[in-house]
Design a binder for this molecule. Sequence first.
Ligand code: AMP
Ligand code: MG
Length: 355
Amino acid sequence: MYNTEVIKIDDGLIKEHSINKIAKTTAIEKAAQLLLNNEVVAFPTETVYGLGANALEKQAVSKIFEAKGRPTDNPLIAHISDKNQLPVIIEGDVPEIAKKLINKFWPGPLTLIFNKSLRMPQVTTAGLNTVAVRMPSHPVALALISKVNLPLAAPSANSSGFPSPTRAQHVYNDLNGKIPLIVDGGICNIGVESTVIEIEGNTVNILRPGGITRKMISEVIGDSYQVKLENSAEVNRPKSPGMKYKHYAPNTPLWILKNENNLEELLSKYNINNKETLLILSSETLNEIDKGFVKTNIKNMGTINNLEYIAKNLFNLLREADQKDYELVLIEEVPNTDIGEAVMNRLKKAAIKTI
Ligand code: AMP
Ligand code: MG
């Protein structure tokens, strides 16, 4: 058991993106010291909070799996702050197309798969010969990684299976007593995890949709390359480990509401038009419903014209739902375009039913 400490980084320093000043704060000094001693530390990234450890030390990485209760066959992403750290992690040349994507999207929410170096222990990659790498853009993450000057293995800092943490409080709720330190850097801007890609010949396979959209990737790689979404109708061979596990799910049963259906009819059909149900709806649907008829609790997820906002608040909404004693949460589907593709990917994994 740890006596979990939470240390906040000044908002002003984050807004200024002052990596050097952030690196000198007590929070980062302490975090770096812990990481150098093979301990784990939770820290903010632009996607979600990460639970970091020295990616090159088996003993340190094992503590991540332990604290999260994460299955050991689910590999981790190594986070770097400088491209110079790549040769320590990967083996072989970086394909031209990967270089293009890295130049455009790093630092940022794009994770690439490469062959792993001999220095990278099996525990980090869950026994695979490949390793996932990204450079986050959050100044606190960059300050911490550059201070320790080590690649940090960092999955989301939640209990395995639950919604990812987008605020320090979420991390605390899940991991209090299990980790020594949470560096609080406010609310994560993107709110869903990074896009994980693998390059195979002239194809970019999206193993997990995320903060960098399919459209953004297509625009960079040009017409001689194609982009495919793994585990979709386009590709039917599951490759991204960890896909088989429960993910992102609140304790309260979650159903997805297809927006072509008549909401009032469905509430009656399933006998859920009552205060035990929470409905999470877009502002558009909220404007259309019959307020005299609907007896459920209602939350507004925002307009479907701003999918970035919906993504940013998604996990917080799911976590908030768990704090009340609802019996059921219904969430409206969003358009499967742009970052909506990542939102729907997470919702489909979190939900037990679609109506
Ligand atoms: P998390 O950090 O919890 O968001 O999970 C990282 C995810 O990245 C894993 O669940 C995998 O889907 C993916 N990943 C990490 N390493 C690899 C790899 N070597 N090959 C394919 N996918 C990977
Ligand atoms: Mg995760």
